[in-house]
Design a protein around this ligand. Structure first.
Ligand SMILES: Nc1ncnc2c1ncn2[C@@H]1O[C@H](COP(=O)(O)OP(=O)(O)OP(=O)(O)O)[C@@H](O)[C@H]1O
Length: 241
């Protein structure tokens, strides 16, 4: 799998917030978009998700141009704050949701959905909690369920926007480890938006350091430290551990 982001530009009301952004993501790769508030991370992720449209540039997955595909047709998994769990659905219904709404031709049977939900509950280490409702879970458990919901459809790409930011430090640490673990087990490539450099360093195979709508450097964490391309990256990498 190769996901290619090519020459993406996006303006809001005459202000360019993405200025010719290009990067590529390989099979099973975990990539972090790291940068200060307003640097364009969320806009880029929304464009990748199909929730916003670029003014110019292309997105392609294994050579297929997906720039104009709808969000649903992209078949990506999303863990965004704005996609909270459905409160009126049980944990199991939440996890199975993406499978249940598939078009009839590709939709798995009820039994298959139930089996997949059970498998994911095991993976997120919440077996037996399928009948609970989101309100009966801790914040960390809810995020695990959100992750399972995103992964249930076997997404072609997993997109996460600050998925840990509302959690306390200890829960965040343990969730980080399990997200990385799950992502590797499933083998799906992932893009994580974060402004937390420790998080980017702990999780990512490669980090795209963003500043003012551009990618300042896109490299392995150790390379960012050893060979920063600019003073801004050097300062950022020196502080991260
Ligand atoms: N719908 C919009 N209309 C107008 N301006 C917008 C819109 N969405 C984003 N912007 C502007 O685009 C710039 C980039 O925003 P974006 O949310 O992508 O940054 P970010 O790096 O994700 O920041 P944060 O970490 O605070 O979420 C900001 O200056 C923001 O004010």
């Amino acid at each position: 799998m190769t996901f290619d982001i090519r020459n993406i530009r996006k303006s809001f009301e005459g202000t360019e917030v993405l200025k010719d952004v290009s990067m590529e993501i390989g099979t099973g790769e975990f990539v972090a978009l790291l940068g200060p508030s307003g640097s364009g991370k969320t806009t880029l992720l929304n464009i990748v998700a199909g929730l916003q449209h670029p003014d110019s540039g292309t997105l392609s997955l294994d050579g297929e141009d997906i720039t104009r595909l709808s969000a649903g047709a992209r078949h990506f998994g999303m863990v965004f704050q704005s996609y909270a769990l459905f409160r009126h659905m049980s944990v199991a219904e939440n996890i199975g949701f993406g499978l249940k709404v598939m078009p009839r031709g590709s939709r798995p049977s009820r039994r298959q959905i139930a089996a997949r939900v059970e498998e994911l509950l095991e993976m997120i280490e919440l077996p037996g909690l399928g009948e609970r409702y989101p309100a009966q879970l801790s914040g960390g458990q809810r995020q695990r369920v959100a992750m399972a919901r995103a992964l249930a459809i076997n997404p072609r790409l997993l997109l996460m926007d600050e998925p840990f930011s509302a959690l306390d430090a200890q829960v965040r640490q343990s969730l980080r480890a399990s997200v990385r673990d799950l992502q590797q087990k499933i083998g799906v490539a992932a893009i994580l938006v974060t402004h937390d450099r420790a998080e980017a360093w702990a999780l990512a195979d490669r980090i795209a350091v963003m500043g003012e709508g551009r990618i300042l450097q896109y490299d392995r964490p150790e390379r960012l430290r050893e060979a920063p391309a600019s003073e801004a990256v050097r300062v950022l990498a020196a502080d991260a551990s």
